[in-house]
Design a protein around this ligand. Structure first.
Ligand code: C2O
Ligand code: CU
Ligand code: CU
Length: 485
């Protein structure tokens, strides 16, 4: 039997997921986890997405109104060649404007899909995406200013794989949904009737929306069925605000093979992996011993930082279950070992002529914050996002070193149109999980990041940089910049 797992939510809520599951699968699990449908554009060089309204009965207690791309909730997994030109077609069958941003694709500003590129109801946007970057797991989601949080919460998000076709040679699992699993982690809240709800409580308005129910690929209470071998998990934190600290219930390691924007040089065995909104990590898990296991997460770490101020609730609650795995011993096994090397490269960037920028993610706290207008509660370097203002301009080929700081809480910081290397975190060498190519980094204090711009973005269609807690982004913790060719 599979029980629905709930996690901590809402201020002062005493309910908290306490027990961890103990289970033995005598037969196959009642509800096997489904993958998003796969749309392979590597040969066709084109794909089409339609944003549409639908219904989902997440809990088996009644239908929720949802949005998705080509389906009721979330979108298909798109597979693109990592060096290709792909013609996208994004149609909007909803009754409000959306935009679709390719988070992690390093493409010019005029096809980046930010808040200046609205797709009105009934319209189709047809950008051609010139892709030329390392293989990686990236994603796409709505980016409509002031609406991003709700539109993503409704389901406007999906995953995109960039492939070079060489993963078999690298010893990485590639059988979609069999030993290569795409996992979109999201938390949601449901009302008495089992309908998905998005009411922002006062703490949600400060910290971002936190749900009480775990969804993986839009499913509640599902079990991933895996072969008795090495399995690849492509993890995306598609939550509005929740930060996961992932572990495996029997303490077996997760072998980190890829970060946001590419593969590592060699796998790194981790006991715990922090996954902030917007981030992706690829890990290998060895099921060769045939033992079932659960992917767990600690409580949202930002609640610990805020705990004192917000009534003493901290992240000290027990872990909750994100996703159980059940081994199917009869399934064919393709991969039996974790490869020694992956061949991902992260060449040193010459920082000697780097332009330096200092970026501070700010928020007012408590009543002072609540007195501000919603779109002005958060800011970067003291300024809330202004669609009409370009915060700075840089050039193609320019190397930049950004020092990004945050206090009060942790903020996942994302930059469009570039991938970066983490030089330091609080003056120390970066955490192992931040040693690969990144486009989003959880700022816990201060980090220095180094990047080189390769694509142009005009002032009319600039790139964004922002906190990926979506309520912070919508609330003004975002800026924009142009890159001159
Ligand atoms: Cu994933 Cu600017 O966003
Ligand atoms: Cu982005
Ligand atoms: Cu933030």
């Amino acid at each position: 039997m599979i029980t629905r797992r709930t996690l901590l939510s809402g201020m002062g809520s005493a309910a908290m997921l306490a027990q961890l599951p103990t289970r033995a699968w005598a037969t196959s699990p009642a509800k096997p986890l489904q993958m998003p449908p796969l749309v392979d554009a590597t040969n066709s060089g084109r794909f089409a997405l339609t944003a549409q309204a639908g219904q989902m009965d997440f809990l088996g207690r009644g239908a929720s109104k949802t949005w998705g791309f080509d389906q009721p909730f979330l979108g298909p997994t798109l597979r693109l060649h990592h060096q290709s030109e792909t013609a996208a077609e994004v149609s909007n069958a909803l009754d409000e404007a959306i935009s679709v941003h390719w988070h992690g694709l390093v493409v010019p500003g005029d096809v980046d899909g930010g808040p200046h590129q609205l797709v009105q109801p009934g319209q189709t946007w047809s950008p051609v995406l010139p892709v030329d970057q390392p293989p990686a797991t990236v994603w796409y989601h709505s980016h409509t200013h002031g609406m991003t949080a709700r539109q993503v919460q409704m389901g406007l998000a999906g995953v995109l794989h960039l492939t070079d076709g060489q993963d078999d040679a690298r010893g990485l699992p590639t059988d979609y949904g069999v030993d290569d699993l795409t996992l979109v982690l999201q938390d949601r809240r449901f009302d008495q009737e089992g309908r998905m709800s998005y009411d922002l409580s006062m703490p949600d308005q400060m910290m971002g929306f936190l749900g009480d129910t775990m969804l993986v690929n839009g499913q509640v209470g599902a079990t991933a069925v895996v072969p008795k071998g090495v399995v690849r998990l492509r993890l995306l934190n598609g939550s509005n605000a929740r930060i996961y600290t992932l572990t495996l219930s029997d303490s077996r390691p997760m072998h980190l093979v890829g970060t946001d924007a590419g593969l590592l040089d060699r796998p790194i065995a981790l006991d715990e992996l922090t996954l902030a909104p917007g981030e992706r990590y690829e890990v290998l898990v060895d099921f060769g011993a045939g033992q079932d296991v659960s992917l767990l997460s600690g409580q949202n770490i930002n609640e610990g930082m805020m705990g004192g101020m917000m009534g003493g609730r901290g992240p000290s609650g027990p872990p909750f279950e994100v996703l159980p795995f059940a081994v199917d011993s009869a399934a064919p096994v393709r991969m039996t070992r974790v490869p020694d090397s992956l061949g991902g490269s992260r060449p040193k960037m010459d920082a000697s002529n780097a332009a330096e920028r200092h970026i501070t993610l700010d928020m007012a706290m408590g009543p002072g914050m609540m007195m501000r207008r919603a779109e002005n509660r958060f800011s970067i370097n003291g300024e809330a996002f202004d669609m009409t203002k370009i915060n700075f301009s840089t050039q193609v080929g320019q190397v930049e070193k950004w020092t990004v700081s945050a206090n009060m809480m942790m903020h996942p910081f994302h930059v469009h149109g570039v991938m970066f290397q983490v030089l330091s975190e609080n003056g120390q060498a970066p955490a192992p999980q931040n040693t690969g190519w990144k486009d989003t980094i959880l700022i816990n204090g201060q980090a220095e990041i180094l990047m080189r711009f390769t694509r142009p973005a005009a002032e009319a269609l600039p790139y964004m940089f922002h906190c990926h807690i979506l309520e912070h982004e919508d609330g003004g913790m975002m800026g924009q910049f142009s890159v001159v060719a």
